[in-house]
Design a binder for this molecule. Structure first.
Ligand code: FRU
Length: 513
């Protein structure tokens, strides 16, 4: 009798917890309103990004029991439009083989695994097992790759009995499998981060894998360990098929800490070759707060969408001043590969679905001004998209830019330094910074401006994502003012008047009130 009461209470509690998970809203200080963040607990990398049956799945590195990193699970949310997210129960829990580290997910369209039972295609997650017992024992072979599958559109997951599917031969860092289907050879390919390079493995059925090649030991940036590689096919602006390897590294990024670099080249189903000289470094995002970015699989041809973790791993991710939860994702971004005079380059902009959360019902501020000094655009809580078109006169200013501020005189300054050809974000007076000596800084990106500068900036309570000249340059930065920024001011320094067209559009919250 007592046992059955305990059972009922347990289930009642379980279902209450589950419904809390599905319906809980996001509020409180520093909580983004149009970016994904976990209801509570710790989040890092986005994982298992896959599109299936009209839903975009977002799994993420998740520790529900604290706001710092811990035994890793895969948290789970789905969206029909990449903007509004529905929380689903945790998809993968740690087990005797280890914590569930980062990885990817694919739709097994041709049932190569043999997992399919009914009409739904199997969704297969490929992830890293990190064995803490091995780590404690000083064993290097602590990381291996496992798979799990779902036959009900990602709602429940079964781990494969034959795990691990890729064993470790003694590499201390051996993780973050990103898998894709290579149609010309009808094979699965996996990129894996192995300390200072990426390795490619191939498979016919996602269960048996064969090593194919390595890339990168002497290419690109190496200020830290390579993590979360993403090799994807692109149709470039000139119609050519190209392959891009996005390669995260921690630390060693342009402005310190973790970041994403990329390589452009070709892929033949086994080997990636870089178009550019080995010492050329290309950054995907020039800010400090875009890490572990990977792309969605299962998308229609010629669409590449990336989402990143909006924080900085080594520098302060675990100490930012949020309560009950930590970290948000970037806005999902459409990436394109554009042919330029210096070769192929990635551009990025918020996905086109972003338009659906633009708040048409409230006030849109439009302004065309001859900027000689400073003008205030807004005195209201900032949760906005700012579009600027800056036309430089023949006597251009030394600098033009804008400031987010509040009544406490805290501010973030975004500047386009035309004299030194730099774009910068200054968060030295942005509010809370005591949690890390590395936070309060000015971050720069080299950039040669033309006669006209276009800027799109997404400002959401505790972050700014900056896209310059149709996304040729991106900078993502977070900040923690003591009261929310509520003022936006345009400024210019030196030179003649500059014509600036500005448009400030309110963005709706993606969470139900
Ligand atoms: C990147 C990373 C991955 C690893 C995961 C662990 O942020 O370090 O390499 O799989 O996080 O949570």
């Amino acid at each position: 009798m007592r046992k059955s009461v305990i059972h009922s209470l347990f289930f009642l509690f379980f279902f209450l917890a589950l419904s809390f998970c599905v319906t809980a809203q996001r509020s409180g200080q520093h909580r983004p309103q149009f970016h994904f963040s976990p209801v509570h607990g710790w989040m890092n990398d986005p994982n298992g990004l896959v599109f299936y049956a009209g839903e975009y799945h977002l799994f993420y590195q998740y520790y529900p029991n604290a706001t710092v990193w811990g035994p890793m699970h895969w948290g789970h949310a789905v969206s029909k439009d990449l903007m509004h997210w529905e929380d689903l129960p945790i998809a993968l829990f740690p087990d005797s083989l280890g914590y569930i580290f980062s990885g990817s997910a694919v739709v097994d369209e041709f049932n190569t695994t043999g997992f399919q039972r009914g009409k739904e295609k199997p969704l297969v997650a490929i992830f890293t097992y990190h064995n803490m017992e091995y780590e404690k024992a000083g064993r290097k072979d602590r990381e291996s790759q496992g798979i799990a599958y779902s036959l009900d559109k990602g709602r429940t997951w079964t781990k494969y009995a034959g795990n691990p599917v890729v064993k470790n031969k003694g590499d201390e860092d051996f993780r973050d499998p990103k898998v894709f289907w290579y149609a010309p050879k009808k094979i699965w390919c996996m990129t894996l981060a192995v300390h200072d390079h990426a390795e490619i493995f191939v498979s016919k059925n996602l269960k048996e894998w064969k090593y194919a090649s390595s890339f990168g030991q002497h290419e690109g940036a190496h200020g830290g360990v390579w993590e979360c590689p993403d090799l994807s096919r692109y149709i470039a602006s000139d119609g050519k098929e190209k392959w891009v390897l996005m390669q995260n590294l921690n630390p060693g990024a342009l402005n310190g800490g973790s970041g994403v670099q990329y390589f452009v080249g070709n892929f033949d189903g086994e080997k990636f070759t870089n178009d550019n000289p080995p010492d050329q470094i290309m950054w995907f995002d020039h800010g400090t707060d875009n890490y572990a970015g990977v792309t969605w699989s299962g998308l229609p041809e010629n669409r590449n969408i990336v989402i990143g973790w909006m924080s900085n791993w080594v520098d302060y991710a675990q100490s930012v001043p949020t309560v009950d939860w930590r970290s948000a994702t970037t806005i999902p971004r459409d990436i394109k590969l554009v042919k330029t005079e210096s070769g192929y380059r990635l551009t990025q902009l918020p996905v086109k679905e972003f338009k659906s959360i633009v708040d048409h019902s409230s006030h849109l501020i439009q302004n065309e001004s001859s900027l000689t000094d400073s003008i205030s655009l807004l005195n209201k809580k900032l949760q906005h998209c700012l579009n600027l078109t800056i036309n430089l006169s023949d006597t251009p200013p030394i600098e033009v830019g804008f400031t987010l501020s509040n009544a406490l005189n805290e501010q973030v300054v975004i500047g386009f330094d035309l004299k030194n050809h730099k774009c910068y974000v200054d968060r030295t007076k942005s509010g809370k910074h005591e949690f890390s000596t590395l936070f309060s800084a000015i971050h720069h990106a080299d950039y040669v401006f033309g006669k006209q500068i276009t800027v799109k900036a997404l400002i959401d309570v505790a972050s700014i994502e900056l896209f310059v000249d149709d996304g040729k340059l991106a900078m993502t930065e977070i900040f923690f003012p003591n009261t929310d920024f509520d003022k936006l001011t345009l400024f210019q320094k030196g030179g003649g008047a500059t014509n600036v067209k500005s448009e400030l559009i309110p963005i709706q919250t993606i969470w139900k009130k």
